[in-house]
Write a protein that binds this ligand. Structure first.
Ligand SMILES: Nc1ncnc2c1ncn2[C@@H]1O[C@H](COP(=O)(O)OP(=O)(O)O)[C@@H](O)[C@H]1O
Ligand SMILES: [Mg+2]
Length: 269
């Protein structure tokens, strides 16, 4: 997939693509996000970590539009997202892969992947995308007629990633893609994530598995009490004693972290 489909002019590699400033949001009266500042540059994988319930999924929702920020700005390639519907944000090339399994279990793998292009009317384009996505994710071809519900959790996650590419997105929001997977499937999922940015795509990744998430990311950010408390290179956060103590398990504190062999090292964007 050489091109990225979007109706806006994307910034150059390494320039700011997604910008959140002073973002507040919540459900009902209570605020969960209390002034989130975060920038994701084009071509980067940024991994957002933080305790359970910190609001990581909520951040992704304010970007895809499932939730509207109450205050602050959310910009994509300089465009104000707050005023756009989820569908309009999809049209800009922003795709959200939610935390829970999202395939239709009673539909085939092929049908599920095709659903990723539901907003496209151009059949020839959809077919071409299916071919491209199948090349990138061979499981889509191998298991095309299998019911999605018959696949393992790891296989389903690969199919979800494949489906997310059907709109040829500029920005992919990934919520806990490795949750609940066995080690081998986790390794495969992180390897797939690393490849998503190969052609200039950008990924905002939320991970409980902070070690693998930061290892695959160019930069990381720590969400605490509704704000981004710390940002830095993924490798720098992995070596940060405080991050180690809180998110990487006590054994990592103050020591050189043992990188998850599973996760490919991030290259500069
Ligand atoms: N749909 C919802 N309605 C009400 N409260 C919610 C909803 N979704 C999440 N919350 C609350 O918002 C807080 C942050 O949730 P979330 O963003 O899912 O955290 P994280 O992804 O970091 O674990 C939690 O306290 C959670 O209970
Ligand atoms: Mg979450």
């Amino acid at each position: 997939m050489a091109e990225i489909t979007t109706t806006v002019a994307l910034p150059a590699q390494g320039e700011a693509l997604l910008e959140l400033g002073g973002v507040t949001a919540g459900y009902g009266a209570g605020l969960i996000l209390r002034g989130v500042d975060l920038t994701v540059n084009r071509g980067e994988i940024v991994c957002l970590i933080g305790p359970n319930g910190a609001g990581k999924s909520t951040v992704l929702k304010t970007v895809s539009g499932l939730l509207t920020a109450k205050d602050g700005f959310v910009r994509f390639a300089g465009n104000d997202l707050n005023r756009l519907s989820p569908r309009e944000r999809l049209g800009l090339g922003i795709v959200h892969v939610p935390q829970d399994r999202s395939l239709f279990p009673g539909m085939t793998v092929w049908e599920n992947v095709e659903m990723g292009a539901f907003v496209l009317n151009d059949r020839a384009l959809v077919r071409r995308r299916l071919e491209e996505v199948t090349e990138r994710f061979p499981i889509v071809g191998r298991r095309r007629t299998s019911l999605a519900g018959s696949l393992s959790g790891g296989e389903q996650k690969q199919v979800e990633l494949a489906r997310s590419l059907m709109l040829d997105p500029a920005l992919i929001l990934l919520d806990e893609p490795s949750i609940g997977l066995d080690p081998k499937s986790r390794t495969a999922v992180f390897a797939s994530i690393a490849q998503l940015t190969e052609d200039g795509r950008t990924v905002l990744l939320v991970e409980q598995n902070a070690r693998s998430g930061l290892a695959v990311a160019h930069r990381g950010a720590v969400l605490e009490a509704g704000r981004v408390a710390l940002t830095g290179a993924g490798s720098a956060l992995l070596e940060d004693p405080e991050v180690g103590r809180l998110y990487l398990g006590a054994s990592a504190a103050g020591k050189t972290p043992r990188l998850d062999a599973a996760a490919p090292a991030a290259a500069a964007p």
